[in-house]
Structure formats: C-alpha cells, structure tokens
Design a binder for this molecule. Structure first.
Ligand code: SF4
Ligand code: SF4
Length: 427
C-alpha cells in the first residue's frame, strides 16, 4: 500500500481485498447501467483503486474520471456479499489523488471559499439573481461555449426557481417549545437547505416546536464537510467538522436534528472522520446525537387524521437516508399521517436520482440519463407530488420535472406536514 493511502487512515483498501469479483454489484450501479463499461462499475472501480493503492497504476486523468463518476449512492456497498466498502475506497482514492495535485481552482473556490461562509454565499446568490435577470444563459449559447452547454443548461434549470434568500438570519437563535415540553434539540441547518429551500428549514423548526421541542440553531455553523470529502479533501472536511462541533459545544442539546439526508449521514460519521484527532471524543458523542427529522417526528404522535384534501404522493428515497441511515419507513409513516394523503410507491424508489451534490454539473450526460429513469418511474405512479428528504434530490427532481414536462410538485415531507397542520388549525 502506498504512503498516500496510509495517510488517509482509511479502511476501504483492506476491506476491498475481500472482493470476490462476483459482479453482483454491477446490477445495482446506475453508472454501469448507463455506460455498460467495467471501469464505470463498482467492481471496476475496486480494481482501479486497488491497482492505484498498490502502485500498479499511475494517477492519470482516466483513473480520476472513473473514480469521479461514482455517485456515492451506496447501492453497491449495501448489497456486496463480501462487505466491501466501495464508497470508502472511492473516497480514499479521491483523497489520495487530491493530495497529489490539490483541488482544481474552481472547486477550491466554490467548496472552501464560498460554500462554508454565509455572507459569501449571499454574494454568490446575488450574482445568480443577476445572472437570471440578464438571461446570460441565452448569451453564452452564442459565444461558442458548446463544451459547457450541458452544464450551463443544468445549472440554469437548477437555479431557475430557487429563492436564494437564505433561512439562516431568520433561524439562528433559540426557538421556544409549544405545549408540553419534551426537550431541547439542536437543528443543523445545511448550506443547500438554508439557501435553496428556506421554507423547508423553517417548516422543520416549526414542526419541532409544535411537538414540544425547544430548538437551538447555533451561530457559527458551517458546511457539514461532505462536499469537500466527496472531492477528496478530507483535511478540509475535518476542519469544517471541528467548526461545527465547536458551534454545538455549549448548546446543551439532547439531540441534533437535520432535514438534509446527506448532511445527516455525514454528521453521523464525524466520529470516524475525526478518529485520532484531538476532538475525537466530542466527535463520537456528536455523531451519536444526530438524527434525521423523520425519525424524531415519527417517534412522536403524528398530526390528527381529520379533514385535508386527497393528495396522491410518491416518495423518493434519498441514498443517504435509505442506505446511509437505514431510514425507509420513518418518512413514509410521516407522510401517511397526513390527512387525506395517498402514498403510492414508485418502482425503484431508492434508485439514485443522479443529483449527488454537484455531480449533475460535473457529469451532465450521465446524470440526465439516470434522472430520466427516475422521472419515468415517478410519472408511472400518476402522483401529483414527489416527496424526498434531501435538498440535492429535491433540486434534481425539480429539474427532472422541468425537463420532462411533468406537472409535478417536488416537496420535502416536512413541508407537506406543516401545510396540513396549518390548514387544519386555520379551519
Ligand atoms: S465489490 Fe462486492 S459485489 Fe462487487 S464484485 Fe466485489 S465482492 Fe462482488
Ligand atoms: S456508489 Fe453507486 S455509482 Fe458508485 S460504484 Fe457504487 S453503485 Fe456505482
């Protein structure tokens, strides 16, 4: 094993030696389904990463591309009979590659200089608003930037309808419990949720309050670290994790709740991420406190089952909720508790939507191919609403509805519950 791999302190490589080359993982891999090539499959990525770790393969652009094209959807890891952690192996390999040449300039600026800083995110949001107003997309079409056209099209589709006004200033602080007090919880406000879906974050906090929780959104929170880790910058991800631990250190909360599946999955892994670090103890304790909102709410009595309009809803399982955190029934139970809501299952409800953070911008063709299958499965249910508990999935599904001409509302389960409760209390 190379020194670079050891430096990542990873367990993906030793686990990968158990690979039987059986090929069972090929059937569940969205990128293999799209490309039909061995290097685009989990088994192929295991072989590439092993060869790289053992020094049999050089750090080439081709290797980087095959590893970068993995969605981190966990489908292969979840079904591998030998227990190979393909997700960990891919992440460690990306880390080793990033250590050699650093993150590319644009990614470094976006993930380290903009995303974790609220005011810089605000400036970026202003720039996007200007971009929307001036219709720059139409102009780039005439500038010969054909190579970037698919990415521009997706970026434009993704950004066309998000409010970008930010929930953070409204939510930072302490929100009192309503009714019988159940406890004091922290709320982790994810970057994307706060910026693109402020109404979801507000609904989550309001629901927790309604259910008797005092809710603390501490100042000083930053990105959970997942985007940096996914691009191989584990040192940067650890730095962000420490900042979040410090932000919650004096909050005195019994649980830390999030409404973002990807943030939740990553926050639950802080213990492992900071193994051997001076904050390892705090990280382990923090990891054990993190819960997805669907778990906390479904463990509490649901809203009353009276009144309400019939609504046909289907549910898309976010990869990092269903496979990452093992939560499949909890969000469905929440949805079924809404009066008059009919929950219809789609085929392959836990199949990746192809969003995967910035994957849709970096691999537009692959992402759109994967999204097409998801939208066909949704359309076949005849649902008026698709619900999902991850802002990345929500953005991607909204893009899918636009591109496939579907009259489909895309919503987080907490929005539907909060709307139902607000309607029943005003009637
Ligand atoms: S990673 Fe697992 S499922 Fe895939 S070929 Fe190896 S042993 Fe089989
Ligand atoms: S995590 Fe998903 S995309 Fe990546 S190799 Fe596994 S199944 Fe394929």
């Amino acid at each position: 094993m190379t020194a670079t791999f050891k430096a990542q302190n990873g367990f993906g490589y030793p686990d990968s030696l158990r690979c039987l080359r059986c090929g069972l993982c090929l059937a569940v891999c969205p990128t293999y389904r799209e490309r039909g090539l061995e290097p685009a499959s989990p088994r192929g990525r295991v072989a590439l990463a092993q060869a790289f770790a053992e020094g049999r393969l050089k750090a080439t652009a081709g290797l980087e591309e095959h590893l970068a094209a993995c969605l981190d959807c966990l489908a292969c890891t979840a079904m591998c009979p030998a227990g190979v952690r393909i997700d960990a192996l891919v992440q460690e390999s990306r880390g080793a590659l990033a250590q050699r040449r650093g993150l590319p300039f644009l990614k470094r600026v976006a993930l380290k200089q903009v995303l974790p800083h609220p005011w810089r995110r605000g400036v970026a949001a202003q720039a996007v608003r200007l971009y929307r107003r001036l219709g720059i997309l139409a102009q780039t079409r005439t500038l010969g930037l054909k190579r970037w056209q698919p990415t521009w099209d997706i970026a434009h589709g993704l950004l066309a309808s998000v409010p970008l006004d930010g929930a953070r200033p409204r939510l930072e602080g302490t929100h009192p419990a309503q009714g019988e007090a159940k406890g004091r919880v922290g709320f982790f406000l994810g970057c994307l949720q706060g910026l693109a879906f402020p109404q979801v974050a507000q609904a989550s906090v309001a629901l927790l309050q309604r259910q008797g929780y005092e809710v603390v959104v501490p100042p000083g929170l930053t990105c959970c670290g997942k985007p940096l880790a996914a691009h191989g910058d584990l040192a940067g991800a650890r730095e962000q994790a420490r900042k979040n631990l410090r932000a919650f250190a004096s909050a005195g909360v019994e649980a830390i709740v999030t409404d973002c599946a990807t943030c939740g999955d990553f926050l639950q892994g802080y213990g492992r991420l900071l193994e051997g670090d001076e904050m390892a103890g705090e990280a382990r304790e923090f990891s054990g406190q993190v819960q997805d909102i669907s778990c906390l709410l479904s463990c509490s009595p649901g809203p009353a089952r009276d009144g309400g309009k019939p609504l046909r809803v289907t549910y898309h399982d976010p990869c990092h909720l269903a496979r990452g955190q093992g939560l499949r029934e909890e969000p469905r139970r929440l949805l079924r508790s809404i009066p008059g809501l009919e929950l219809v299952e789609m085929a392959e409800s836990d199949g990746c939507c192809g969003g995967a953070g910035t994957y849709n911008l970096e691999h537009p063709e692959l992402s759109l191919g994967i999204l097409k299958r998801k939208m066909e499965n949704i359309a076949a249910t005849g649902a008026a609403v698709v619900a999902s508990g991850c802002p990345g999935c929500l953005l991607q599904l909204r893009l899918g509805a636009q591109r496939h001409g579907l009259a489909l509302r895309v919503a987080h389960p907490v929005e539907l519950i909060e709307e139902s409760l607000a309607a029943s209390s005003s009637s």
